[in-house]
Each structure stands twice: as structure tokens, then as C-alpha cells.
Design a protein around this ligand. Structure first.
Ligand code: LMR
Length: 327
């Protein structure tokens, strides 16, 4: 009898804790960059605020540096429900939304303020919901910053890039951009870039200062050109079925938190990039080249025909809206 009571009590306890455990919503947030970058910090801030404001109801696990899924795998993982949030660079959406390719058009945005204006515009906001039929919901944009070029030879004029092999993200636009320079683009996951540069599989690449610094690209690239020719920004996305299935109060709170985190990330991204640019200069391993206005114009003229190639897929009116954000 006594044993039976103990058994019932134990079962009750088990049932209660099981119910409690199933009440905790677990969010796995996977990404490919380091913690000390705009996206890395954003993911950690989201975890902190979600767990502070929804104690015992939401738990967030952040997996940085491709430690759970690298790019190429993370989108499938989101759709399969193996992770609940990711924030791929905007270059990685072409299979889900052609209009999002707009963010890869070279020399489209004059500066990050223009990017910000476009993302906040009705055209930019509409892109967040453009993949819902594919099971993907956009929760917001996070900045990283403008891209710079790197190689083991100085890149001052577009001619200097000819014949070099450049690592690109999985993006047809970026592929065409390097072809327009008569260089050889090679698609490669972010996690493989350091080794690719080190072993000479590729000779150069393009990225932001924070990605170059945190991945130690300055150890294997002797020159970086401050070209500001394109953008690395992110869309934070979730699985639509997961998101719509959340209790309404939790979804509302998480949306509020996401808005606050975006403000914070976007406010500090430029500062982080400038800090890391300085750290690269201080390493003494890489020479940072600044272009004259005329040199930058040459690069722009050389890659501008890429716009026309993607105008139909992206939509001419979207490109106009983005250009209007340059004011
Ligand atoms: C890349 O070069 O693949 C990146 O832009 C990765 C990232 O998420 O910043």
C-alpha cells in the first residue's frame, strides 16, 4: 500500500513536471558568424530579453559559428523544425524569394542610412512576408554593413580582379558581379572561407570588417580594399507554422523583443565594423586600401550591368524604390 502511494505520488510529480516541461517553448537560434559581431550579439540579446521577460515560458539556445548548421543547411533545418530561428544574410534567399535579391545589387545603396530607409519602407517591409507561402516568416532586418573586397594582391582598379578566384555566397547576383569583373566566382559556405583562402582554393572574397576580423581573414589576405560596394544584412526568420502556433501573448512579446533587438543591432553594427576595421589595421598583417572617387566609379561602372540582368526577377519598381532611399 505504502509502495503504491509512493508510486502514485511519483507519477503525479512526473506528470506535473512533464506538463511544465512541455509548457516551456524552446527556440533554437542557429547562425554562422561569431558572437562578437552584429548578428552574434543580436542573437544573444534576443535570448537574454526573451528569457528575462518570459521566465519559465521560453528558453532560447543560440548556436553560433555554424556549430549546429552551416549555411546551406540552416534553411532546411528551419523548414523541418530542427531550429526555430535563423538570420541568413540577404544573399541566401534566392530560392525562396527572387525580389530579395535586390539587396545584392552592387552599388545600390549609398550608405547604411539608405539601407535602413529602404528596409523600413512599404517595399522593404513587404519582403518580410514574401515567403509565407513557403513556410517562412520574416521577423525583421538586422544590419551588418557594407562589403569590402580582399585579395592577396592590391585591388585598386577593376582590372586588378581579373582572373582571380573569389569566394561568393550562394547568390546568382554575386556570381554575376564577379563575372562582370572577369573574375571567377566560387560559391562556398561561410564556415569554409578561411580554409579556402588559406589553401588558395580562392584568392579573394568580399565581406564586412566584422566578418573579416572575427574569421581571421586578415591572416590569409594581405590586402583589403574599402570599396563599400555591396551589403551584408540579415533577415531574421522563423518557421511560419511554429510562429503561428505560439500562444498569442508569447508571440506578441517575442515580436516586441525582436523589434527592440533590431533597433539595438542596427544602432551598433557600424560601430562594431569600424572597431574591427581598426583591429585589422592594427594587426599589421593586411594593408587596407582606400579608393579615390574616380577609382570607385570605375568599379561601379564595371558591375552596373548586373542590375539589368536581374531587373525582371527583382522588379524594376523595387529597384527604383531602393534608389529613392539614397535621397
Ligand atoms: C557570408 O559571407 O556568408 C556572410 O555574410 C555570413 C553572415 O551571416 O554574415
Amino acid at each position: 500500500m505504502k509502495n503504491w502511494r509512493i508510486l502514485v505520488a511519483a507519477l503525479g510529480l512526473f506528470a506535473t513536471s512533464a506538463a511544465f516541461a512541455s509548457d516551456v517553448i524552446s527556440i533554437k537560434f542557429s547562425h554562422v558568424v561569431a558572437d562578437n559581431t552584429p548578428k552574434g550579439k543580436g542573437a544573444l540579446l534576443f535570448k537574454q530579453l526573451a528569457e528575462e521577460r518570459l521566465p519559465g515560458r521560453v528558453k532560447v539556445e543560440v548556436y553560433a559559428n555554424s556549430s549546429l548548421f552551416g549555411d546551406g543547411k540552416e534553411m532546411d533545418a528551419l523548414l523541418l523544425g530542427d531550429v526555430q530561428m535563423i538570420a541568413p544574410s540577404l544573399a541566401k534567399f534566392e530560392h525562396y524569394s527572387k525580389p530579395i535579391q535586390i539587396f545584392d545589387l552592387p552599388f545600390l545603396f549609398d550608405d547604411m542610412e539608405a539601407v535602413d530607409r529602404f528596409q523600413k519602407s512599404p517595399t522593404g517591409q513587404a519582403l518580410l512576408t514574401s515567403m509565407e507561402d513557403k513556410g517562412i516568416t520574416g521577423l525583421g532586418y538586422w544590419h551588418n554593413g557594407l562589403k569590402q573586397l580582399s585579395a592577396n594582391k592590391p585591388l585598386r582598379s577593376p582590372k586588378d580582379a581579373r582572373g582571380l578566384k573569389f569566394r561568393v555566397q550562394a547568390s546568382a547576383v554575386l556570381d554575376e558581379q564577379f563575372k562582370a569583373l572577369r573574375a571567377n566566382p566560387r560559391k562556398m559556405s561561410f564556415g569554409e572561407v578561411y580554409q579556402g583562402l588559406q589553401t588558395g582554393v580562392v584568392n579573394g572574397t568580399e565581406n564586412t570588417w566584422s566578418n573579416y576580423y572575427s574569421q581571421k581573414a586578415y591572416e590569409v589576405q594581405s590586402y583589403m580594399t574599402e570599396s563599400n560596394h555591396g551589403l551584408v544584412d540579415y533577415m531574421v526568420i522563423t518557421n511560419t507554422a511554429f510562429w503561428n502556433g505560439l500562444p498569442a501573448d508569447i508571440r506578441t512579446e517575442l515580436s516586441t523583443i525582436m523589434e527592440e533587438v533590431a533597433v539595438e543591432v542596427n544602432l551598433h553594427a557600424e560601430e562594431l565594423n569600424l572597431r574591427d576595421k581598426q583591429a585589422i589595421i592594427d594587426s599589421g598583417k593586411t594593408e587596407v586600401i582606400t579608393l579615390t572617387k574616380e577609382q570607385r566609379e570605375q568599379w561601379r561602372a564595371q558591375v552596373k550591368p548586373v542590375w539589368k540582368k536581374f531587373e525582371k526577377e527583382i522588379g524594376a519598381e523595387r529597384i527604383e524604390a531602393a534608389q529613392a532611399s539614397n535621397q
